[in-house]
Design a protein around this ligand. Structure first.
Ligand SMILES: [Fe+2]
Length: 304
């Protein structure tokens, strides 16, 4: 019943206690008891004016901590959406959020370059649908799919160009305007879901001579006490998986068509996402991690 009410509360927006009683066939004291249990486990719910409301998570000791009572977690890993670029693929992004809802995904993680930003490269302006900070911010607030599934994201080098241009982290600004999007920080941040440690990393510099090189070098630089179970990296617009020690590394590609700049640099571009499932043992430890890569071509993608 704990998992059932948790899934219900994640999907409903501020339901009344009476509505929960009716929908889940529960007595009033059972609803109060289950919510007290979830709060005791660390879930951020509260009862205000007869409604159950979700509270935005906060950072503790520099790590976002999300409680977990589930034996099985489903994640969707995406990256480099480059919204407001003329080459963005909002169609794929919409499809993925609908598919994530159909698959009962628990969390969606996005490892940066949410918007295309504004570089110092003169030709980039011709590749943009929106050229101003407010234009790109409002485009992302409007076009980024709205969902009951919480999304956790970091800002990447393209987002951070706005810090250089006008001193603001655009991803933090976007997330502050949306209840379903949570800003973790810029470039590299850790997230704990129960005992599952996840690191989101974006980075800078171009593509390396071998896909695995950048991941291996980065992994070697992480102190052993900080090694995550899942390392999700963005930036190079290519997908790749490897496991080193306990760490499952997911190089997440992009959701943007090849740009004239990438073409001129001889860069590859692959549009894809990782669907990840994690089994949790009775002590809360992640014991098994499985993944599926879904790739996309140049055709428009529609689900419903
Ligand atoms: Fe990117």
């Amino acid at each position: 019943m704990e998992e059932k009410i948790l899934e219900y509360l994640m999907k409903k927006k501020n339901p009344f206690i009476e509505t929960i009683m009716k929908d889940l066939d529960l007595k009033e004291y059972e609803v109060y008891g289950l919510i007290a249990y979830l709060k005791q486990k660390g879930y951020l719910f509260d009862i205000i004016d007869g409604k159950v409301v979700k509270i935005k998570p906060i950072k503790e000791n520099d790590i976002y901590k999300i409680p977990n009572i589930k034996e099985h977690l489903k994640l969707l890993l995406i990256s480099d959406t480059h919204l407001a670029s003329k080459f963005d693929r909002v169609d794929i992004l919409r499809y993925l959020y609908q598919e994530a809802e159909d698959r009962n995904v628990d969390y969606i993680l996005n490892s940066g370059d949410i918007v295309d930003g504004l570089s110092g490269r003169p030709q980039q302006i011709f590749e943009l649908k929106e050229t101003s900070y407010t234009g790109q911010r409002d485009y992302a607030i409007d076009k980024y799919p709205k969902s009951d599934i919480p999304t956790y994201m970091i800002s990447g080098n393209h987002d951070l160009w706005w810090v250089r241009q006008c001193g603001a982290d655009i991803v933090k600004d976007i997330c502050s305007k949306r209840d379903d999007l949570h800003y973790l920080g810029s470039d590299c941040e850790d997230l704990m879901i129960g005992k599952l440690r996840i690191r989101l990393y974006h980075g800078a510099k171009g593509q390396s001579y071998a896909k695995s090189y950048r991941l291996q070098k980065y992994l070697d630089s992480i102190p052993s006490e900080e090694l995550p179970h899942i390392l999700q990296t963005g930036h190079i617009h290519q997908s790749f998986y490897m496991k080193q020690g306990k760490t499952h590394c997911f190089q997440t590609s992009c959701l943007q068509d090849l740009t004239p700049f990438e073409r001129s640099q001889g860069y590859n571009n692959d549009k894809s996402c990782w669907w990840v499932e994690v089994d949790i043992d009775d002590k809360g430890n992640p014991v098994n991690i499985r993944q599926e890569l879904e790739t996309f071509g140049n055709k428009l993608v529609r689900k419903r």
